[in-house]
Design a protein around this ligand. Structure first.
Ligand code: CA
Length: 230
């Protein structure tokens, strides 16, 4: 995977330069725009992996632009971190309500920002514009449920698909068997916890040929975790 591309939309030149310097040093590729019009032009031929969006912009407020992003098929799943000079709780809530993944208040330390960006990328799952969830070479089409690894189709039962989808969208967290039952089989099920083990085993079997079974960890006496760490 190449370097992640980050689009900075910020009208203050000094902050843009600081960001470019800090993020380039962290091996991110940078696209810069000083307003939303310029951002739109640049996005048109170069989709970013993440957007840093200033709250106060000259041509349109960051929050308005964020709403546009979330209503645009091509852009809606790109993570957005809002940069805001306003520390008020209200702005934060408004930003997160409008679909920001995170926000950071100016002045901020570049290291903190980089840590937040990495956290978002570590989640590892991006629903691409064509509704594909991708984890390395594992692809899940959320519309058709088609699943493949390295372009080799993987046949899953409906429950295996649901479990895999859940794991991919909740990476790194440990789930008790009972929690997995609630999430996958639904609350009010009459299923024994042993069923989780059986389904996990089957899912691992399906992923094994491509070596992706290793990401599903058994957490002793608790349950399971889908984790990037091998
Ligand atoms: Ca500004």
């Amino acid at each position: 995977m190449g370097n992640k591309k980050i689009l900075i939309i910020e009208d203050e030149k000094a902050i843009r330069e600081m960001l470019r310097f800090a993020l380039s040093s962290a091996d991110f590729e940078i696209i810069e725009a000083s307003n939303t019009a310029e951002a739109k032009r640049k996005i048109a031929n170069d989709l970013p992996d993440l957007i840093l969006l200033d709250w106060m912009l000259p041509d349109m407020s960051g929050i308005e632009y964020l709403k546009n992003i979330r209503h645009n098929n091509q852009l809606q799943n790109i993570p957005v971190i809002m940069l805001t000079a306003k520390a008020e709780e209200e702005s934060k809530v408004k930003g997160l309500d409008s679909g920001a993944d995170d926000y950071i208040t100016k002045p901020f330390s570049p290291n903190e920002l980089i840590a937040r960006i990495k956290t978002i990328f570590r989640r590892g799952v991006f629903v691409a514009p064509d509704n594909i969830i991708q984890f390395h070479q594992l692809k899940l089409n959320v519309d058709t449920h088609e699943t493949s690894i390295n372009n080799t189709p993987i046949t899953l039962t409906q429950i295996e698909y649901k479990l895999l989808h859940f794991f991919l969208t909740h990476q790194g967290r440990i789930y008790h068997r009972s929690q997995l039952l609630d999430h996958i089989w639904g609350v009010g099920h009459f299923i024994e916890e042993r069923t989780v083990d059986v389904t996990v085993r089957r899912l691992r079997d399906r992923l094994r040929a491509q070596g992706y079974d290793v990401y599903i960890k058994t957490i002793r006496n608790i349950g399971y975790q889908f984790s990037e760490k091998k």
